[in-house]
Design a protein around this ligand. Structure first.
Ligand SMILES: Cc1cc2nc3c(=O)[nH]c(=O)nc-3n(C[C@H](O)[C@H](O)[C@H](O)COP(=O)(O)OP(=O)(O)OC[C@H]3O[C@@H](n4cnc5c(N)ncnc54)[C@H](O)[C@@H]3O)c2cc1C
Length: 637
């Protein structure tokens, strides 16, 4: 299979303009004759569905939530990047492009990243026009702060609720289209399969989560904006319901899964406190603007933070990375935290924690300023830990947070299955091997508001009069597959809960495919996953039936998919014999413990093709060509 990325010709900065001028168009009067299915209404899906509706297409939008407003995007705290250069601190579209390519350890596609940087400025205008209440300076101009891996302030934010405010903007736009009749909203519907007719994506199979009804829906194109898969680790910062089912089932129908091993472990999360915990909480990276990270210099120092004098503290990020200090990128900051904890210098009961200390900032800026900047995050920390971060440093530790891998898409955001588009965190596109903070919201909204609404026309123009029939055998076969799978789970009637298996899988993944990976560990993990998965299908216990609201059943299907995805993640991590960004193979590191890439052998996107149960997946490579950014060893020193 040849992976054609469809990168437009011409200089990097002109490619998007060129593409827009050359895409095929759909006549405005014909747009309403096309049906488009959008699965997901997080920032990516809601912005896409609203924009497609506004253009005049006939949109059906499906979510498993009871309202689009519940999408996981609502949890985003810290901010959204844009190269507006309001601070006049040397920012530019090129610099955002360059920071993103370097931040991703040179494993992203240049043309996509440049387009993202160009569109970043439009997103802010769009959101402001919708009334998103971004923080403002005293004079009224929009305020900015910094995020990891950059030396400018380009992050726009709405206190610690940026995702929520942006989602309200997108949701309003979506509601408007629903009222106008261009978008039909299906809440509490879970997509459980993709329907492919003559090689083209032509519909989906859903399960109504309220009554269990399995239904087929046909369309001229299908868009997946269904979020990331980092809940494969069980404990993560993602919403509990986030899962990989839609992209995994599409993968099994032919869509390539790209770079599954690229997952992000975020450095600033509240450490795990016990075995019965089911969720980890992020403390936004924005806190690293003012908080200083440290551990005691001496191993096993059990004194409280205030008893440890300045000279006996190791501000290890400032020491190791003087130019970027506490704003070193996430992959690097997470590994550094793990390293000091492995050395026996971690803090807290488990020894798996480091301090994030605001004492200096409070002294310098005053408590009121810190309250204004981070008040709700401090409150959240206090509520969870019963410790007051204004008085005591926060305790933090890395946790699974984001997936850079996802379904493979070309420049137009179309997967290798014609008619199947993938947007937001669900695709692999723009972040390479490590995502910089505040750029996921930027990507999801760029995809939904600005890219997809233009690129999809190029495909739809070729599909006029080629409607699929939801009563055809392709649909009924897929429906039957879904029914069989649901019955198999309900009928297993085993002894262990879905959660207990999920937790076991998460433990394996964290241990062997988490912050540090080795060939030996990954092989061991593959054996363990296969064994546990086999047992799962025999021994899982799903209470209730398939004809009623049944969360155990919902979870059971998702965990079954996580098992298969976990296996692919380990296969991908094993094959990639280099370290890059969030993928750290202990065998491939520099003498001072930094990731060591191997550009000669691994300068490509790895897209995996599903070959059926029990068969090895097949790897297809999309070579990465750098014309503008020079390949270099990533340094934040
Ligand atoms: C705690 C936290 C804080 C973050 N803070 C920031 C930040 O400050 N800045 C930043 O840039 N990024 C941040 N991120 C990352 C960012 O929030 C996400 O990457 C982004 O919101 C993902 O948006 P999305 O639209 O792709 O997916 P989601 O918001 O996850 O939406 C997925 C949608 O798909 C639907 N869905 C999924 N599967 C199915 C299915 N099978 N059937 C039907 N519907 C389905 C869901 O109902 C939902 O509507 C943060 C992430 C976390 C976890």
């Amino acid at each position: 299979m040849q992976l054609d990325s469809k990168i437009p010709p011409g200089p990097l900065a002109d490619k998007w303009a060129y593409a827009k001028s050359h895409y095929k168009l759909v006549n405005p009067a014909n747009k309403r004759k096309y049906d488009i299915i959008v699965v997901g209404a997080g920032l990516a899906g809601a912005s896409a569905a609203a924009s497609l509706g506004e253009l005049g297409y006939n949109v059906k939008c499906f979510v498993y939530h009871d309202s689009p407003r519940r999408a996981h995007s609502i949890a985003a705290q810290g901010g959204i990047n844009a190269a507006k250069n309001y601070r006049n601190d040397g920012d530019s579209v090129y610099r955002l492009f360059y920071d993103t390519i370097k931040g991703g350890d040179y494993r992203a596609r240049e043309a996509n990243v440049h387009r993202l940087a160009e569109l970043s400025v439009n997103i802010i205008d769009q959101a402001v026009a919708q009334g998103v209440p971004f923080a403002r300076e005293y004079g009224g101009a929009l305020e900015n702060r910094s995020f990891g891996g950059v030396q400018v302030s380009r992050t726009f934010y709405a206190r610690g609720q940026t995702g929520q405010q942006l989602l309200l903007g997108a949701f309003q736009a979506l509601e408007r289209q629903i009222a106008l009749g261009t978008v039909k909203q299906f809440n509490r519907y879970e997509m459980l399969d993709l329907v492919v007719v003559d090689g083209h994506a032509k519909g989906i199979i859903t399960r109504n989560l309220l009554n269990g009804k399995i239904e087929a829906h046909a369309a001229d194109a299908v868009v997946l904006g269904t979020g990331g898969y980092v809940n494969v680790f069980y404990l993560s910062t993602n919403a509990k319901a986030s899962n990989a089912t839609s992209i995994w089932r599409a993968h099994k129908r032919g869509a390539l899964f790209a770079n599954p091993c690229y997952t992000q472990i975020h450095p600033t999360c509240i450490p795990q406190s016990g075995d019965y915990q089911s969720k980890l909480t992020l403390m936004s990276e924005s806190l690293r603007n003012d908080g200083r990270i440290w551990v005691p210099k001496t191993q096993g120092d059990t004194r409280g933070p205030k008893q440890i004098p300045e000279a006996e503290r190791d501000y290890y990020l400032e020491r190791k990375y003087p130019s970027f200090g506490n704003l070193a990128p996430r992959d690097i900051a997470s590994r550094a935290a793990k390293e000091v904890c492995d050395e026996g210098r971690g803090i807290g009961g488990s020894g798996r924690g480091v301090y994030l200390d605001f004492a200096d900032a409070i002294k310098r800026l005053g408590r009121k300023t810190i309250e204004e900047r981070y008040g709700n995050l401090f409150d959240m920390y206090h509520d969870i830990t019963a410790e007051d971060p204004y008085e005591m440093p926060m305790r933090i530790y890395p946790a699974p947070h984001y997936s850079m891998g996802g379904l493979w898409v070309d420049y137009n955001l179309m997967s290798n299955v014609p008619g199947l588009y993938v947007i937001g965190e669900a695709n692999f596109s723009d972040h390479g091997a490590n995502r910089l903070g505040a750029s996921a919201l930027m990507q999801g909204l760029a995809d939904g508001y600005f890219v997809l609404p233009v690129t999809i026309g190029d495909y739809l123009a070729t599909q006029f009069g080629k409607k699929a029939d939801a009563k055809s055998s392709a649909f009924s076969d897929a429906e039957n597959d879904v029914r069989r799978r649901v019955s198999r789970l309900v009928d297993a009637k085993g002894t262990r809960s879905v959660d207990s298996y999920h937790k076991e899988l998460g433990g394996i993944m964290w241990e062997y495919c988490g912050m540090a990976r080795s060939a030996e560990g990954l092989k061991k993990a593959l054996g363990m996953i296969r064994e546990s998965r086999e047992q799962y299908w025999r021994d899982v216990r799903v209470t209730g039936t398939g004809e009623e609201p049944n969360q155990a059943l919902e979870k059971a299907g998702r965990v079954a998919d996580f098992f298969e995805l976990a296996e692919l993640m380990c296969i991908d991590a094993l094959h990639r014999e280099e370290s890059a960004g969030g993928h750290f193979r202990v065998e491939y590191q520099t003498p001072d413990g930094e990731a060591q890439r191997n550009d000669e052998q691994f300068l490509y996107v790895g897209g995996w093709e599903y070959k059926g149960e029990g068969n090895e997946p097949v790897l297809h490579k999309e070579p990465l060509v750098y014309e503008e950014a020079k390949l270099a060893t990533r340094s934040y020193k």
